[in-house]
Design a protein around this ligand. Structure first.
Ligand code: ZN
Length: 94
């Protein structure tokens, strides 16, 4: 019984880790999540949004590149409103 549970935890850990890594995150962190929370971890990594897939734009004040959902520039504190579509960078490969 314990052995079977360990097998399931490892299998879920591996698949969760591979999905996490494919999304640009850490294999090890997602392996742990998948092993500790077998089904929930897998659902979480599937729902997890890859940072690399987020559109980006530049802060108009200090030119720092930030994700589109960032509302205040982390470098200079400027309020960032929805930018002109021409300023939004779509990541390559989508
Ligand atoms: Zn800024």
């Amino acid at each position: 019984m314990g052995f079977e549970y360990a097998m399931i935890a490892v299998l879920f850990g591996l698949s969760t880790g591979f999905i996490g890594r494919a999304k640009g995150s850490s294999f090890f962190i997602w392996f742990m999540v998948g092993a500790v929370l077998p089904l929930l971890g897998l659902i979480a990594v599937i729902a997890y949004r890859s940072e690399k897939a987020e559109p980006e734009r530049q802060c108009p004040n200090c030119r720092k590149v930030v994700k589109l959902y960032v509302q205040v520039c982390p470098r200079c504190g400027t309020d960032l409103f929805l930018p002109d579509p021409s300023e939004v960078r779509q990541p390559a490969g989508r």
